[in-house]
Unconditional design. Structure first.
Length: 567
């Protein structure tokens, strides 16, 4: 599957970076709490850049800081030069077992194979008797680090105080179901930096990538002795770091665009809809397939109790409180996380953002519909043609199983609402409007509530834009290979080739928005979303054509926006 393969590949990418020798001639930046030297310089790119690797933006979230908000690094009187090459830095990972099943099924589905074996449950033995994984290279709790890639010309001009306000900044937040991923997961930003120069920023943009806590480490809730949404607060602290420090690398803190995919984009949606007393340190946002399953406070305690049960089983001791969990050795909590995430029901990840009556006062869709969002942020949001295929259980048959599935996904939803979902919003009418099979019906419903309606509401923010990624098969995550395209057309996902002209054209659109905002897009003939729900097609045919948004499904999005599962 895409994320599993990408995670494995990321370690080789990072290892390659870390092989570079420290060069005493590379520049050093004084961050107040440390002196940080660039790890290397990429002089082969069309826009050469320095790579400042593994910059600490938060104190180690261990001990008393486990399950608590992140804390900024403290000032040091005796600062030591570091260059970030001492180790890989990845927050502890976990992936659901169903992703293995999904990879097997999608392989058959997309190649037109025989699907008979997948119409009943269980149909795959890969989910049984799995060995509990142990931390891989660089997987540590002390993982709150970020990387800064700054064009050499931008940096050098800034050191000479001859660059004016500075270069535009693009901050990347990775996805992975809120349980997996890392800052360097998708490789080098070389092409993103280079393509940004096509639209007036002759010196290029600065690219920042950050880590945030995952799974039980970053998203545990349901107890007063822990802080919900710690992973979200990690991201916020990193964005605050960018605001306070990016000028030292040649960046303009008032021209920051934050971009993320899947869980990263869902996180951005939560930042945009946070209360007004939380200043947001970005001016533009590119949420790509903004995904999350709504999680309510009433679901917190059952989840917390289930984690205690897993911990008690694994340790053979009575783990009965947040203090007990906080005291567990790292490897033990790593195993607890692996079990909790690994046994997630099909299409889910157990962890993610939760309404906490603080930074997340309500479900973002409801806040967007009510106009409760940061008004000074311009959005360009995207979604893919078949977002739900990856997450849809292929074994669901008929309304009875549908009813059971939605009761599992939304345990607080009333029986009346579930009946409305299964009989009215997504009826068993296989006439191509818009599905022909039970699997297609399931995928459409999941696409709507997981991504599509989120994208529709975000794009509806006045002055914002949308894109529709339709390059086949256009499943969830397919656009990332195009976002980070660096000239390799071999494969993206499911053995499919990346089409270079589409990739570079897509990167041009991203660069235009980062450099020149909505005005730049309009100059290129790209229309705001507006009342016509206009999106830019990123596809094999009609590339950059302006079309109506297929995700703007009134009855369905009205239902998910009202959030009637909150009972």
């Amino acid at each position: 599957m895409f994320y599993l393969a990408a995670i494995a590949a990321s370690f080789s990418v990072v290892n390659a970076v870390l092989q570079s020798r420290t060069n005493s001639t590379l520049p050093v930046v004084d961050l107040g709490y440390e002196l940080h030297r660039a790890a290397n310089v990429n002089s082969t790119s069309s826009v050469p850049y320095y790579n400042f690797t593994n910059i600490r933006f938060g104190q180690p979230p261990v001990g008393t800081l486990r399950f608590n908000p992140p804390v900024a690094p403290s000032e040091q009187h005796s600062k030591v030069i570091t260059d970030g090459t001492e180790a890989i830095r990845t927050c502890p990972q976990a992936t659901p077992t169903w992703e293995l099943e999904a990879a097997e099924f999608l392989g058959a589905y997309l190649s037109g194979g025989n699907l008979t074996a997948y119409t009943s449950k269980p149909w795959n033995t890969t989910s049984g008797n799995q060995t509990i994984p142990t931390p891989g290279p660089g997987e540590v709790e002390d993982c709150l680090f970020l990387d800064v890639f700054t064009p050499t010309k931008v940096f050098d001009l800034a050191q000479n105080h001859t660059y004016g306000s500075g270069a535009p900044v693009l901050v990347w937040i990775y996805g992975g179901g809120y349980t997996a991923g890392s800052k360097s997961l998708f490789g080098s930003p070389a092409s993103l930096i280079a393509r940004s120069t096509q639209d007036g920023a002759d010196d290029g943009v600065i690219f920042v990538e950050l880590n945030y806590r995952l799974g039980v480490f970053g998203w545990l809730t349901g107890n007063n002795d822990i802080t919900a949404n710690a992973g979200l607060l990690d991201q916020r602290l990193a964005l605050e770091w960018v605001h306070n420090n990016i000028y030292k690398f040649g960046g303009d803190p008032n021209r920051v665009t934050v971009m993320g995919e899947s869980a990263g984009a869902g996180s951005i949606m939560h930042h945009i809809t946070s209360p007004p007393n939380y200043t947001q340190h970005f001016q533009r946002a590119i949420p790509q397939s903004p995904a999350f399953i709504p999680f309510l406070p009433s679901q917190g305690k059952p989840m917390f109790d289930s984690i205690l049960k897993v911990a008690s089983t694994l340790t053979g001791k009575n783990v009965s409180s947040a203090s007990d969990l906080r005291a567990l050795p790292f490897n033990t909590l790593y195993a607890v996380n692996a079990v909790a995430v690994g046994t997630s029901p099909y299409g889910t990840f157990t962890f993610g953002p939760v309404v906490d009556n603080s930074y997340v006062p309500d479900i973002p869709l409801r806040r967007l519909a009510a106009g409760l969002y940061h008004q000074d942020i311009t959005v360009m949001v995207g979604h893919n043609a078949d977002e739900g295929l990856l997450f849809a259980p292929p074994y669901l048959q008929g309304n009875a199983e549908w009813y059971t599935e939605f009761k599992l996904l939304f345990p607080t939803m009333s029986n009346q609402s579930i009946t409305y979902v299964t009989e009215d919003l997504y009826p068993e009418a296989y006439n191509g409007q818009p599905y022909n099979t039970t699997y297609g019906r399931t995928a459409q419903a999941i696409s709507d509530y997981l991504v599509g309606c989120n994208a529709h509401l975000l794009a509806s923010i006045p002055g914002s834009f949308g894109y529709y990624f339709s390059v086949p098969p256009a499943i969830h995550g397919e656009d990332i290979a195009y976002t980070f395209f660096n000239g390799d057309t071999s494969t993206s996902d499911e053995g499919l080739t990346v089409q270079a002209p589409i990739a570079t054209g897509f990167q041009d659109i991203i660069g235009t928005f980062v450099v020149a905002g909505g005005a730049g897009l309009i100059e290129e003939g790209i229309l705001p979303y507006g009342e016509n729900f206009t999106v830019t097609n990123i596809g094999v045919t009609n590339f950059k054509g302006q079309i109506g948004d297929p995700a703007a499904r009134a009855a369905q999005c009205n239902f998910w926006t009202e959030a009637p599962y909150d009972t």
